[in-house]
Design a protein around this ligand. Structure first.
Ligand SMILES: Cc1cc2nc3c(=O)[nH]c(=O)nc-3n(C[C@H](O)[C@H](O)[C@H](O)COP(=O)(O)O)c2cc1C
Length: 370
């Protein structure tokens, strides 16, 4: 199926501007999402096998999820499950609606199977997203897999009021998702990455846990995870790990896009690499895996890690599992491999696992390789 997409569909899509293709695709998927029959047909056609995984109190039908940024406005919620994803992360959403950066702001480097984006959190805002999620819940079309929301900071909110901004989005959306990811690692909002500093992050997490405690009314709050940048130093990553216990973090997401630019043998690649923004896809794979391995070791394997960055096939996915990822996500891989990717990866992971246990595979290569 990926072969068909790569030979016949991708060349046509890649003739067009990458954000336009994304918008048209999402529009098509939102129409599909409105039809239960179509979603069932897609589910039956792709027929992704089960590979159940449990993490932070949630049950995932398989460990491969949709990464943040693909469905920022929650327009295609039931489709991701029909495509065979074991979970989806919607957003990034900010408290205030915002248009994002001027276009063009999304670029392909086909020879490297990479993307550069500087979207800048274009999204409809927490209020509108909340209403859309409510609609999916009430329409009976809410997916059976866990749904997370990626929370970003509104551009208009100054850094020293970031905690309030995140907390307001969290409070608005609390009832409508299974877990939340605090995104302090996007390179496209000025100074956002400073919020990965221990003090600033601690303040944000304290504010979120206050909301969590209040809304859960003595029950278990929603799992809160933090998404880190691949460009952090080991010491800065250790600072994030040190907050896991005190702020009851459910897990870490590693990683967001990188500001680094690798050497490229491709002349087009060298040109596009000059664009400002975050790089994702194949060139990110290795660094993302190193970060996962570091986080796994530093946390003693006690914190679930969602591994994301440069997964374009089962080899890359398995590498991240061995490094310590309990769950995985893709974005760029979907652009380059197409909708058959979940089937290919989940089937491949089942084969790799043989009859073995998922929990034993996770992190089993973390001690060996450096
Ligand atoms: C166009 C685009 C938009 C993105 N938007 C977000 C976002 O809103 N929040 C976030 O945490 N990550 C965002 N990401 C990062 C992805 O979730 C993911 O971490 C990154 O692309 C690495 O995975 P990949 O190599 O599979 O693409 C975005 C990525 C792309 C390409």
């Amino acid at each position: 199926m990926s072969w068909f997409y790569e030979e016949w569909i991708r060349p046509v899509l890649f003739l067009q501007d990458s954000e336009r293709v994304h918008d048209r695709t999402l529009k098509g998927l939102s129409r599909m999402a409105a039809s239960a029959t179509l979603c069932e047909a897609v589910r039956g056609w792709l027929d992704v096998p089960g590979l159940p995984v449990e993490a932070f109190g949630l049950r995932f039908p398989n460990p491969l999820g949709l990464a943040a940024g693909m469905d920022k406005g929650a327009v295609a919620v039931p489709v991701w499950e029909a495509m065979g994803f074991g979970f989806s992360e919607l957003g990034g959403v900010t408290c205030h609606a915002q248009p994002g950066n001027p276009e063009p702001r999304m670029f392909r480097i086909p020879a490297e199977e990479a993307l550069i984006n500087r979207m800048g959190f274009n999204n409809p805002g927490a209020e509108v997203l909340g209403r859309r999620l409510e609609h999916w819940h009430r329409s009976g079309r809410w997916p059976g897999h866990p749904v997370g929301i990626n929370l970003g900071k509104s551009k208009v909110t100054p850094l020293d009021r970031a905690a309030e901004d995140y907390a307001a989005s969290f409070e608005r959306l609390w009832g409508w998702a299974d877990f939340f990811v605090v995104n302090v690692s996007s390179p496209n909002t000025p100074n956002l990455r400073q919020l990965q500093d221990r003090g600033a992050l601690d303040e944000i997490l304290a504010a979120l846990q206050e909301v969590n405690g209040r809304l859960a009314r003595g029950g278990v709050g929603k799992p809160i995870l933090v998404k880190v940048a691949p460009d952090l130093s080991w010491e800065a990553l250790d600072d994030v790990v040190s907050l896991v216990g005190p702020r009851r973090l459910a897990g870490l997401v590693a990683t967001n896009t990188t500001l680094a630019r690798p050497e490229s043998a491709d002349p087009v690649g060298r040109l596009v690499y000059r664009e400002t923004g975050g790089l994702s896809g194949r060139p990110l794979r290795q660094r993302s895996t190193e970060v996962i391995r570091h986080l796994y070791r530093q946390s003693g394997g006690t914190v679930p890690i969602i591994g994301v960055g440069g997964i374009t096939g089962v080899e890359d996915a398995w590498e991240k599992v061995l490094a310590g990822a309990s769950l995985l996500q893709v974005y760029s891989g979907l652009v380059y491999r197409g909708p058959g990717l979940p089937l290919e990866i989940v089937s491949g992971l089942r084969d790799r696992l043989g009859g073995g246990r998922w929990t034993e595979a996770v992190g089993s290569g973390a001690a060996r390789i450096d």
